[in-house]
Design a protein around this ligand. Structure first.
Ligand SMILES: Cc1ncc(COP(=O)(O)O)c(C=O)c1O
Length: 454
């Protein structure tokens, strides 16, 4: 082990790590990045098949981002955003987002991460109902397989079973509906997709009625469940869920931390792609393309005006925000990243290469070990099910996926391993020739593992 590896083992606690082996295990140390490529400490290059972590949408190492960030530091590095103070970049970014967001989501609160954006959305919905004298509206409904963050509340909202380890999650006002994963659970009852999704939507209404609509504040959902395994509910499901929320006065929080800013060919996807009409949208990741940490919570004018209208000066403070909310450097980075996405027409580009990416990945379904490939534009996964069996993933499937992921890394491609899945979300700038390289690396890795195991 070299000095850096040894020092890493000795001191650095990695997020989402197995602490029982973290002091001995060699780690991937990424030292440099450019375009769609990352480079480890030895200089070996890899295609970044996951855009950092669903976030480096404009690609790595952009000079104009470096210049913008440096210039903002020279102009104004930081000042408090609390109460009556703010900065020009924060105002400009709030207006820029409001102009591009759907419906009347024109009020923006900044945070430092996706978790911060989700926390703010939940705190706002509680604050909103309290301000309307509806104190009992406090319950939150989420879904199994959802991922909403890593603070205690957002981890409690998340529903990935493998993440529910040694903690005391909030359970008294957080509830989970079953996962809307048709491929995994639709077979249980031998149902058609339509019937499965009707049943899933019905679970929401049943839960609201069980808790009492007067006690439910909000439903939070990713339009496509990302970290939970690229689970894509039907449009009919989205419509029904939207209508149920409206019927019972339950706020709809659309968590677009992954889906916003181009990954699906749109800046915001809730309304245009999924026919949702959210009261609140949360974003992060692609907001700054990962160059600087940042999150934002976009809130409906209608809700905001209900708070600010009648009882001017008498409503208690919305005591939510962070030292670095609307940090001028983060805001400048976000403005520039959005400018690049728009100037280079990256949403249009994703609509061109996205279907090619999914179609090319689908060719992997020829393998006996690949149960299914699913995805939309630049959000996709390969699901391993040895012998194409139906039902829950087995340890063999999970082991197979892990081996494929490892071989991809050796061959110079980083994918995101999760259970029996290999998840992919490359930078939006990827072209068709680079997609072909990704597919051929995965294909060769599958062939090798099939030879070894089957
Ligand atoms: C949908 C979704 N929401 C929230 C988060 C949390 O974001 P962060 O890790 O920036 O706190 C994530 C992170 O992956 C996410 O995928």
């Amino acid at each position: 082990m070299n000095q850096a590896q040894a020092s890493n083992c000795r001191h650095l606690i990695h997020p989402w790590a197995d602490l029982s082996v973290s002091t001995t295990q060699k780690k991937l140390i990424i030292a440099k990045a450019q375009g769609i490529y990352i480079y480890d400490e030895t200089g070996k290059s890899y295609i970044d098949g996951i855009a950092g972590m669903w976030c480096v949408n404009i690609g790595h190492g952009r000079e104009e981002m470096a210049d913008t960030i440096a210039q903002q530091i020279r102009t104004l590095d930081y000042y408090t955003p609390f109460g009556d103070v703010t900065s020009p970049p924060a105002i400009e970014l709030a207006e820029t987002l409001a102009k591009r967001s759907p419906l009347d989501l024109n009020r923006v609160q900044f945070s430092c991460s996706g978790s911060g954006a989700v926390e703010s959305a939940i705190r706002f919905s509680h604050y909103f109902f309290k301000s309307q004298g509806q104190d009992s509206k406090r319950h939150i409904i989420s879904r199994e397989d959802a991922y909403h963050g890593s603070t205690y509340l957002t981890a409690s909202l998340s529903g990935k079973k493998v993440d529910k380890t040694h903690f005391h999650y909030i359970e008294d006002f957080v509830h989970h509906l079953p996962s809307p994963n048709y491929l995994r659970f639709g077979n249980e009852f031998n149902e058609s997709e339509d019937v499965f999704f009707q049943r899933q939507a019905q679970y929401l209404e049943d839960k609201i009625l069980q808790l009492g609509a007067d006690n439910v504040a909000c439903f939070i959902a990713e339009p496509i469940l990302a970290s939970g395994g690229i689970i894509i509910p039907s449009i009919e499901y989205h419509r029904t869920v939207r209508d149920i929320c409206r019927r019972y006065g339950v706020l709809y929080i659309s968590d677009e931390v992954v889906t916003a800013f181009g990954r699906l060919g749109e800046l915001f996807t809730s309304q245009v792609l999924f026919e949702l009409e959210p009261d609140i949208i949360t974003v992060a990741k692609g907001l700054t393309s990962g160059y600087i940490p940042m999150g934002a919570t976009l809130i409906s004018d209608r809700l905001f005006e209900q708070i600010s209208g009648s009882r001017a000066g008498k409503t208690p403070y919305f005591t939510n925000g962070f030292t670095y909310s609307g940090h001028p450097v983060s805001c400048a980075a976000a403005i520039k990243s959005l400018e690049i996405i728009e100037k280079e027409n990256l949403c249009y580009h994703v609509k061109e290469v996205g279907p090619y990416f999914i179609q090319a990945l689908k060719t992997l379904e020829q393998f006996d070990s690949v149960g299914v490939v699913r995805g939309m534009h630049l959000m996709a996964c390969v699901e391993f099910r040895i012998g194409k069996h139906k039902g829950l993933a087995t340890d063999r499937d999970i082991d197979f996926a892990r081996k494929v992921d490892e071989l991809c890394e050796i061959a110079g491609l980083i994918v995101r391993p999760y259970e029996n899945l290999c998840i992919l979300s490359p930078p939006l700038i990827i072209n068709k020739a680079e997609i072909d390289i990704i597919i051929s690396i995965i294909e060769n890795s599958i062939i090798k593992v099939e030879k070894e195991i089957m």
